[in-house]
Write a protein that binds this ligand. Structure first.
Ligand SMILES: [Zn+2]
Length: 236
């Protein structure tokens, strides 16, 4: 049988129909719209849970993954990205780490998702009542390797306390969670020429979001307000 990329030609209509190979990669804005629609379905109890069946598993094991979104999110068990956005099997490339912090391993994983797998959107996803951010605010003694991880969140806490010194309690936590998302987005631009290049070519959008763990709603923060500055400074 004639083959193209080692795939029997007879299977092409099936694969295109299944979405293993989309006809063309959607634009970043189209992908973000899909995520918003998925979160709306989840919020209203109308999640489709499609494409998580055995056929899809077999299909993706055989023909590979083509995720449309790379998500760098917190490990918190209450924020599973595929469910939050009602996405199917192999549609989201997920990097999870407590406090959605950004070290070299996370950057490399995000680069893999966007450069090697071609996902046109990166979402940095924080969430309300994040224990890692709370630990950074409280400054309590922590065991094991946790101080190193929480240390990556300290700059966000310091910035919020500096700019909005009146904030206390839950309001302080909420602002630090948002600032920590902004900081992780900045880290991606500052340390990844791959991400900078793809954003410059409009092949990629990097957006921030925070999920409310009580309502399930995702608040979209959009692109980083200083994104153009990060890009121009990366070029110099
Ligand atoms: Zn968290």
């Amino acid at each position: 049988m004639k083959k193209f990329w080692n795939i029997p030609l007879v299977l092409f209509p099936l694969l295109v129909g299944s979405g293993v190979f989309a006809e063309s990669t959607p634009t970043p804005d189209q992908v973000i719209t899909r995520l918003k629609q998925g979160n709306d379905r989840y919020l209203t109890g109308l999640s489709k849970h499609t494409r998580i069946d055995i056929e899809r598993r077999v299909e993706t094991a055989k023909y590979g993954q083509k995720p449309l979104t790379t998500i760098l999110g917190c490990s918190d068990a209450r924020v599973p990205p595929e469910i939050v956005f009602d996405q199917g099997f192999a549609e989201v490339f997920v990097v999870r780490v407590a406090g959605n912090v950004c070290g070299e391993d996370q950057i490399a994983s995000v680069e893999y998702g966007t450069q090697c797998l071609g996902a046109p959107v990166v979402v940095v996803l924080g969430h309300s009542k994040c224990g890692a951010v709370d630990a950074a605010i409280e400054g309590k003694q922590l065991p094991g390797s946790l101080p190193t991880l929480v240390g990556k969140i300290h700059p966000a806490v310091e910035k919020v306390k500096q700019v909005q010194s009146e904030l206390k309690g839950e309001k302080l936590l909420d602002e630090c969670i948002k600032q920590n998302v902004w900081n992780t987005m900045e880290d991606l631009f500052r340390h990844s020429p791959i991400i900078v290049e793809r954003v410059k070519k409009n092949e990629l959008k990097v957006v921030g979001a925070v999920r409310d763990i009580k309502t399930g709603k995702v608040e979209w923060l959009g692109e980083h307000p200083a994104q153009q500055q990060f890009i121009s400074e990366a070029v110099r």
